[in-house]
Design a binder for this molecule. Structure first.
Ligand code: SAH
Length: 359
């Protein structure tokens, strides 16, 4: 077959993605990053794609393609070959683009695992070393907050082990075992995570599991959302005259939860910026604990959701009112909250498309 190669501008176009398995992850996020209005027609999708659908970033029909899907699409992208789809697209006069999916590769010799911190989600914030590791990978084991759009078009097998909050998840033990097993079979394995793998990323556990199995493991640090999220929202974490440091804390359990080991009183008195991760549901309780410990309710505070993604949103308020402002504006996870005087500065260096929601 003779084909004609072209680049497509899909910004604002309705794209229907048809296929199955982990290859949908890279294609879906690649199309979203290019600005497509995406619908996926597939009976089953990987956890990362289901998560994107539940966050309203794409539509997943939950069924295979049908003629009505084609009639409302500007472009159809298929990761599996289907002659019936080919014929139907011709009849519906809609372009069909085939994307090749990689089959598992084996190598002779020793495999290895590279733990790549992928940054907060924008593929532009993946490091050069991280990108090189992806290009040399046989298999990429990825998370939902990783910059999976960087996988679009790469000839690499993708395994989606996303842990979706209150949704599907793969156990950490199963992920560790998968990394070891694939490396032992000779593959170059990249474990691709959001942000930095050693900041609430369980990267340490994966490195220990590899070392215990005598599998070579290399770490590529990433740009943590703890630092990039505030910056993308226009907030410097330290600022001469305002803040001489910052603390990064996980808010996945509330301050009064027996599982919490964080000393919020000490943080309230620290005089430095506080950065909260995994703290959307617990935000009211955390801000209350800080107030109870003496942090003035007028202290500026801001939340940046989906930092670095086209869906980024920012709200600015005070310790007294941030929780209700976040809720009123419908911001959800993943989100970073910054508490401290720096959150009261005028937004700095924010790209025009990263729109600001007034408090
Ligand atoms: N290893 C990651 C953090 C994993 S914990 C890192 O270094 O960034 C997951 C939490 O990270 C989320 O609940 C959220 O608080 C934060 N997060 C990750 N990506 C984010 C993003 N793009 N925007 C805002 N917060 C993000």
């Amino acid at each position: 077959m003779t084909t004609y190669t072209a680049e497509l501008d899909v910004e604002g176009r309705r794209v229907l993605l048809v296929g199955e398995g982990a290859s949908l992850v890279g294609e879906a996020t690649g199309l979203l990053a290019a600005g497509a209005r995406l619908t996926i027609a597939a009976p089953a999708v990987p956890a990362t794609v289901e998560d994107l659908a539940s966050r309203g970033l794409l539509i997943w029909t939950g069924a295979g393609w049908g003629i009505p899907d084609l009639d409302t699409a500007d472009l159809v992208v298929a990761t599996t070959s289907d002659p019936a789809l080919d014929a139907a697209c011709r009849t519906a006069r809609v372009w069909l683009v085939h994307r090749r999916t990689a089959s598992p590769r084996r190598r002779n010799g020793a495999g290895r695992v590279t733990l790549v911190g992928g940054g907060p989600g924008d593929p532009g914030l993946l490091t050069v070393a991280g990108r090189d590791a992806l290009a040399a990978a046989d298999v990429v084991v990825c998370d939902r907050l990783a910059p999976v759009s960087a996988l679009a078009g790469l000839d690499v097998e993708v395994v989606d082990v996303a842990k979706v909050p209150r949704g599907r998840s793969t156990s950490q033990e199963a992920i560790n075992a998968l990394l070891v097993e694939r490396a032992r079979s000779g593959q170059h394995v990249v474990r691709l995570k959001g942000g930095d793998g050693y900041v609430f990323g369980r990267g340490g556990e994966e490195a220990i599991a590899c070392a215990a199995a005598s599998v070579e493991v290399v770490v590529v640090p990433g740009v943590s959302s703890a630092i990039a999220g505030p910056a993308l929202g226009g907030i410097p974490l330290t600022h001469r005259g305002l803040s001489q440091g910052f603390s990064v804390v996980s808010g996945h359990v509330a301050p009064d939860d027996p599982a919490s080991t964080v000393d919020y009183g000490a943080l309230a008195r620290s005089g430095t910026t506080l950065v909260l991760l995994m703290a959307v549901a617990t935000l009211p309780a955390i801000l209350e604990a800080l107030r109870d410990a003496g942090l003035p309710p007028t202290t500026p505070a801001a939340t940046v959701a989906d930092a670095g993604l086209p869906s980024q949103r920012v709200v600015r308020s005070t310790v007294a009112h941030l929780a209700e402002t976040v809720q009123a504006n419908g911001l959800g996870a993943p989100a970073i909250t910054v508490v401290g005087e720096v959150a009261g500065l005028e937004p700095l260096g924010v790209r025009p498309q990263a729109h600001e929601t007034p408090a």
